[in-house]
Design a protein around this ligand. Structure first.
Ligand code: OGA
Ligand code: MN
Length: 204
């Protein structure tokens, strides 16, 4: 699957630091992707997300309450593979257009159980200096306002509220402050970071 952003979309990203794309994947691929995420949940492959990495790894329940599973790019299920291919082409285009020298990416499935949230934070900070762009694909079929769990992005111009609707992609500069509001229903997504450095095996 090939992703190609239009000139207009590139301009919006350059101006705002974020971009939203609805119906990003073909519908049946997106549906299958959700099944693959749920498959790993059934396999009990998810764990409570932490803050920081390796030795700093600790679980901060007051800060975030999502569950995650890192995606193994070499051994992933078919719809996940299709999605990763489209991320690869997105990465290449953004790298080319904005001279970002993006080299690699890392992705994880995420589940926010009812009541979960992720307080205001940046994805790019001292220990994660190589995360340049954050990408999230939402997989919530028939999301409604009462389900909440919106993403708030604080850009220098204005903040925006992104409803986590099925098959909606959002990406933003990882240095921007953002937060996930508490959700009233289980919330499914895949988060990816496009990086200017090759991955090390540092998240085990
Ligand atoms: C993250 C994050 C946003 C979202 O995983 O770091 O901010 O909307 N996710 O899920
Ligand atoms: Mn984040």
């Amino acid at each position: 699957m090939h992703t190609n952003l239009s000139e207009g979309q590139l301009d919006v990203f350059a101006r705002d630091g974020y971009l939203l794309i609805d119906n990003f994947l073909e519908e049946d691929i997106a549906l299958q992707l959700l099944e693959e995420l749920k498959h790993w949940k059934e396999q009990e492959a998810f764990r409570i997300a932490g803050i920081g990495k390796l030795t700093q790894h600790k679980i901060e329940e007051d800060f975030r309450k999502d569950e995650i599973k890192w995606i193994d790019r070499e051994n992933c299920l078919p719809a996940t593979k299709v999605y990763l291919q489209s991320l690869e082409s997105l990465m290449k285009q953004l790298s080319r257009e904005f001279y970002l020298s993006l080299k690699d990416f890392e992705s994880m499935y995420a589940i926010y159980p009812e009541g979960a949230f992720y307080k205001k934070h940046k994805d790019r900070f001292q220990q994660q200096a190589h995360r340049i762009i954050s990408v999230v694909l939402y997989l919530n079929i028939a999301w409604e306002e009462k389900d909440a769990g919106e993403l708030l992005i604080y850009s220098n111009k204005q903040s925006i509220k992104v409803e986590p609707k099925f098959n909606r992609l959002v990406f933003f500069k990882s240095e921007l402050l953002h937060e996930v509001l508490s959700c009233n229903n289980t919330r499914y997504s895949i988060t990816t970071w496009l990086k200017d450095q090759f991955n090390e095996v540092n998240f085990l």
